[in-house]
Design a protein around this ligand. Structure first.
Ligand code: ATP
Length: 255
């Protein structure tokens, strides 16, 4: 699916948090949303998911204003994994993933064989097959994060919004998750703090600062020392790691 935001603003009384953001994400593209704490990444993702009503501008899925999509149809088009997604503590891992199938069933029908097959596949893609029967409350932070991602995959949407999906994951799972985000035919917008990971796996980076988009383009154009200085207040050098991937080196902050 294509996702467009046009002159999108959102805020609370007395404070504009997302300011006139225009953003287009093409079908199948993986866009990395980067920016300092408080720059508005989560707020923008919530607007894109339809969880916040913009104070100005609009969001379109496949060219249609999202206020014109009924909420159940929206949920079939787009899955959102929030940063602090929690869930009912009595559920098992497979039950949480099965929540992703709810949008595809009528209220009166339980999961059928096809739903179970989709959930099994989602759990396998996140390396959770062996944990399928594990109660949610026994999971580690990273296992919970992967379980929420499995729920989003089981939703079988054409769009995926991920807010810091790697912050609890070990290196191996970070790489696997980002590989999945890059390779899936789904349209993905992913907020990330790890700039090198974002550069390596995203088709394009969108840099936010104080609620606005200050750069949008290939990683090499966005991750430049002047922009990193302006937005993150750090002195950085851009180079290559041992494998040739873009790497960011930071100097000690001068107080
Ligand atoms: N409902 C709200 N009421 C008041 N302020 C809010 C609300 N939601 C967000 N904010 C503020 O808006 C700013 C942007 O928050 P947001 O969570 O979008 O930033 P972020 O870029 O995702 O940050 P982080 O990298 O820390 O996750 C922050 O200063 C936050 O405190």
């Amino acid at each position: 699916m294509r996702i467009d935001a046009e002159e999108l603003s959102w805020g609370v009384p007395g404070k504009t948090i997302v300011r006139a953001v225009s953003l287009s994400v093409a079908e199948g593209e993986t866009v990395g949303l980067i920016g300092p704490n408080g720059s508005g990444k989560s707020s923008l993702l919530r607007c894109l998911a339809g969880l916040r009503t913009p104070t100005a501008g609009q969001v379109r899925y496949d060219g249609v204003d999202i206020t014109r999509w009924p909420s159940h149809e929206r949920a079939r088009k787009l899955a959102f994994v929030e940063q602090t997604a929690d869930t009912d503590s009595d559920l098992r891992v497979a039950d949480v993933a099965m929540l992703g199938r709810t949008v595809h069933r009528s209220r009166w029908r339980g999961p059928d064989a096809a739903d179970h097959a989709v959930v099994e596949e989602a759990l396998a893609r996140l390396g959770l097959t062996d944990l399928a029967d594990r109660p949610w409350k026994q999971l580690s932070g990273g296992e919970r994060q992967r379980t929420h991602l499995a729920r989003a995959l089981a939703q079988r949407t054409t769009g995926l919004l991920l807010d810091e999906p790697t912050n609890h994951l070990d290196v191996r799972h970070q790489l696997e998750l980002m590989e999945l985000a890059a390779r899936t035919p789904q349209t993905v917008v992913v907020a990330l703090h790890d700039l090198a990971l974002a550069a390596r796996y995203c088709d394009r980076l969108v840099l936010m600062h104080r609620g606005t988009v200050v750069a949008d383009g290939p990683a090499a154009d966005v991750l430049t020392p002047p922009l990193l200085r302006e937005v993150f207040d750090v002195e950085a050098e851009i180079g290559r790691d041992a494998l040739g991937h873009l790497a960011v080196g930071y100097r000690e902050p001068v107080r």
